[in-house]
Design a protein around this ligand. Structure first.
Ligand SMILES: [Zn+2]
Ligand SMILES: [Zn+2]
Length: 106
């Protein structure tokens, strides 16, 4: 039988309980490793991973239209809608900071 186990979270260092039920759940699915993080840290990582895949809606720096981008828009660099982005992509002499944005989008 399984017994509750106290583990230390590798992210925040706090102790958390790896319950008997969870151990059984892990064993049933063939997970060999014990959880490395407490529930709040696991949830935070899941949320972060999900946020990375989310699309962000912002204002196009070029035409002021709606721009949807796969990253959190930063105030320190321009973001373009797909139309303006396509136009800019054709411009070989784009300034380097615009190239950096394109690199992120490609
Ligand atoms: Zn933690
Ligand atoms: Zn635009």
């Amino acid at each position: 039988m399984y017994e509750d186990k106290t583990l230390a979270c590798r992210d925040c260092g706090s102790e958390f309980i790896f319950t008997a039920g969870e151990q059984e759940f892990y064993a049933e699915r063939g997970f060999l490793n014990e959880p490395q993080r407490c529930k709040p840290c696991r949830d935070a990582r899941k949320a972060a991973a999900k946020a990375e895949r989310e699309m962000f809606t912002t204002t196009c720096d070029s035409c002021n239209g709606v721009a949807v981008v796969p990253f959190q828009p930063q105030n320190d660099r321009p973001v373009y809608c797909s139309e303006c982005f396509a136009k800019l992509k054709e411009q070989r002499d784009a300034p380097s900071d615009e190239r950096a944005v394109m690199g992120d989008l490609l």
